[in-house]
Design a protein around this ligand. Structure first.
Ligand code: PMP
Length: 402
């Protein structure tokens, strides 16, 4: 017998297992609409030219080293990261009520944020939108908190945010609970609250003393504009409450594998700033000691130079525009081939994904017959579509829904 005999096999990850199945499929017709990674119009991964520029510059610079970072990461990166999401004139930054630590991309930011909550705030309930990015349900209990609770988010009939249901559920949440919000480009639905909706949500959050945890994985990628996509986060931060803000540079800088991200803890008063920062550093020390340097060095270089920043903004506009074009192309192809139903939601949704409304049976049918891969909830990564695959996918959808 072995100490490992009692280990049961974990269920496959609903998102990552799709890429594995896609890779194993020998069909030349196969299309991967599963994982949320940007692809060019010929279906290739994309390295942003401004990222490549600094990568080469650092590689050729004899003063470049690979020394350890401190536990909280690269100072210049943290400085610019906080300003990117909170805005340069953020009152929280001016009043020095923000603690920013570099994190292992967005997932790592969530992970240390919830570990901090479990260790120093208490055994609080965490509310997540229904549906949400599936990993939220893993990260929260792994960090030592109770299993998550759902709040209503999406109304499948109208394919819009169920704002009344959302407000009702938050208004009966246990006081002091943590609530995860997607700052923009909600994954998987592509449906975001309106500005007026966010204001109503903030009211309930304040009256129930809820603690918002904003998950920002798509800043700049949704609308193509970094400030527009930060609007909801800034609304909440400027209201002066205690809250958490996670950032990822996976999508917006295309540095998926470099794990570049940050956690911002926003305090309602500056008193505990030093204590909070020291405990975050202690947590990180025990988990992985310090974060990786390579991606943070590049991100900091882009964000701290005006001209480089402008180039990055142009790249974001380009990437989000290609996704928008694919939305139009897919909707038009479905109207043209006569697939039953109204497909306007594909163009009305925002961000990387379209929540098509396809059932898990229809998704399985498309995988088996057409070698088209997407998550079983009918979520399609729009960046996975190209001019040469969009008609094929539209015809497969028609076949699946008829
Ligand atoms: N949150 C949401 C809602 C996401 O969609 C993602 C990326 N799929 C993440 C967080 C984090 O991704 P990463 O750890 O690669 O930054």
């Amino acid at each position: 017998s072995s100490i490992f005999d009692r280990v049961k096999e974990a269920p496959p990850d609903p998102i990552l297992s799709i890429s594995a199945a896609y890779r194993a499929d020998p069909s030349p017709k196969k299309v991967n609409l599963g994982v949320g990674a940007y692809r060019t119009d010929d279906g290739s991964p994309y390295v942003l030219p401004i990222v490549k520029h600094f990568e080469q510059q650092f590689a050729n610079d004899p003063s470049t080293t690979h020394e350890y970072l401190p536990q909280d990461g690269f100072t210049n990166f943290n400085y610019h990261s906080a300003r990117l999401i909170l805005g340069h004139d953020s009152s929280a930054l001016k009043e020095e009520r923000v603690v920013t630590v570099q994190a292992l991309s967005g997932t790592g930011a969530l992970r240390i944020g919830f570990a901090f909550i479990a260790n120093f705030i208490g055994n609080r309930l965490v509310y997540i939108p229904n549906p949400t990015w599936s990993n939220h349900r893993n990260v929260v209990p792994q960090a030592g908190l109770p299993p998550t609770k759902n709040y209503r988010y999406f109304e499948p009939n109208t394919r819009a945010v169920d704002i009344e249901g959302l407000l009702q559920d938050l208004s009966i949440a246990i006081e002091g609970s943590i609530v995860i919000f997607h700052g923009c480009a909600h994954n998987p639905t592509g449906a975001d609250p309106s500005k007026a909706d966010w204001q109503r949500i903030l009211k309930v959050v304040k009256s129930k003393k809820l603690v918002p945890f904003f998950d920002n994985a798509y800043q700049g990628f949704a609308s193509g504009n970094l400030d527009t996509d930060a609007w909801s986060t800034r609304l909440f931060v400027e209201s002066g409450i205690d809250m958490f803000v996670a950032q990822s540079y996976a999508k917006n800088m295309g540095m998926y594998g470099e794990r570049v991200g940050a956690l911002n803890v926003i305090l309602s008063s500056s008193g505990p700033v030093t204590a909070v920062k020291s405990q975050l550093k202690q947590l990180i020390r025990a988990m992985y000691s310090n974060p990786p340097l390579h991606g943070a060095r590049i991100a900091a270089a882009i964000m701290s130079d005006k001209e480089s920043f402008r180039q990055w903004e142009m790249e974001l506009e380009k990437m989000s525009a290609r996704i928008q074009t694919m939305r139009l192309r897919l909707r038009d192809a479905l109207n043209k081939n006569g697939a039953p139903g109204n497909w306007d939601h594909i163009v009305n949704q925002i961000g990387m994904f379209s929540f098509t409304g396809l059932t898990s049976q229809q998704v399985a049918f498309m995988r088996d017959k057409y070698h088209i891969y997407m998550t079983s909830n009918g979520r399609v990564s729009m960046a996975g579509l190209t001019e040469s695959t969009v008609d094929y996918v539209a015809d497969a959808i028609k076949d699946a829904v008829e």
